[in-house]
Design a binder for this molecule. Structure first.
Ligand code: GLU
Length: 315
């Protein structure tokens, strides 16, 4: 049994499927502050599992945006697109323990989103259709040319998660999750657990859209026998309509804000204030790290005002 690594290590784990927006930036700032306040390391890992949607130009733009904000990192660990061997090895271990099975259900049958991250808000509960397929039925489906996904047997009761922002979060219903899609792509849930363990991440700070997935990730880590990091899920950034910022909120990308003349210190100060840290005066990240405690950040989502930000940024 490995103890908790002595050195705190946090991480940025952006998906390069678009430009960085204020929501990603704010989460990155909080992750950076959490690690640096304790003298910890910060890692960068590009989460480009989804080859169709991710592009190297976006990864490069994200690195540039992080640097512009003053958020540095000690090491960039391998991108997810290069880690298939590690994911394969994890699947072999799960298989040896009898924990995975072929699932032939189509997306239409399940009527669930397939995006590695898109499904994270409300993980649908798999009804268990293929859990106990007979060998004959399985051979028959394979003979018909159906390609199965690989699904993981989840315990009926998921472990509770002690989140550093939300406190105790009881494990909700299990539901078997896909660990490898029918097209061969490994699932985000598997990749993130394997990667955080391999990278030695001790503290995950990420958006609270992923809180509902965390119990499953903790269960998966236990099945793999790897270290479970501490979690802190931070509030999202939303627009005036209550919609979570996404790639389509072009006005709130760092690129757009930079072009509008806002300075990085103004943005950092505003993002920090939105989390209850300081009065919103321009600041470098390092000036905010002293005494930072993620358990005390504001819990309500932030609704930024692009025009006000730009005004503040120009003065
Ligand atoms: N790559 C995910 C995202 O960009 C983050 C996953 C995580 O932090 O665990 O939303």
């Amino acid at each position: 049994h490995a103890g908790r690594p002595a050195v705190t290590a946090g991480r940025f784990a952006p998906s390069p499927s678009g430009l960085m927006h204020l929501g990603n930036a704010r989460t990155a700032l909080l992750a950076w502050l959490d690690a640096r306040a304790r003298g910890g390391r910060v890692l960068l890992r590009i989460e480009d599992l989804d080859r169709d949607r991710c592009r190297p130009e976006f990864a490069e733009a994200i690195r540039a945006d992080l640097r512009w904000l003053g958020l540095d990192w000690d090491e960039e660990t391998p991108a997810q697109s290069t880690r298939d061997e590690a994911y394969h090895a994890a699947v072999v271990r799960l298989d040896a323990a009898g924990l995975v099975y072929d699932c032939f259900c189509t997306r239409r049958e399940l009527a669930v989103a397939s995006a590695p991250h898109g499904a994270a808000d409300e993980p649908p509960t798999y009804p268990g259709t293929c859990r106990d397929l007979t060998a004959e039925r399985r051979s028959q489906l394979l003979a018909e040319g159906r390609r199965p996904a690989l699904r993981l047997r989840m315990p009926d009761n998921l472990p509770r998660v002690v989140d550093r922002v939300h406190g105790v979060v009881e494990g909700s219903g299990g539901g078997d999750i896909v660990v490898r899609r029918a097209d061969g792509l490994y699932a985000y849930q598997l990749a993130v657990v394997v990667d955080d363990a391999a990278d030695g991440v001790t503290d995950v700070v990420r958006g609270d859209d992923l809180l509902p997935s965390t119990g499953r990730q903790v269960a998966l880590a236990a099945m793999l026998g790897v270290q479970v990091p501490a979690y802190a899920h931070v509030p999202l950034v939303i627009d005036e309509d209550g919609v979570r910022l996404a790639k389509r909120h072009a006005a709130l990308t760092l690129l757009a804000l930079r072009k509008a003349g806002i300075r990085p210190e103004a943005l950092v100060g505003a993002m920090a204030a939105s989390a209850g840290l300081g009065e919103g005066h321009p600041a470098r990240p390092g000036e905010l790290a002293g005494g930072f405690d993620i358990a005390r950040i504001r819990r309500d989502p932030w609704v930024p005002d692009a025009a006000a930000l730009a005004d503040a940024g120009r003065v």
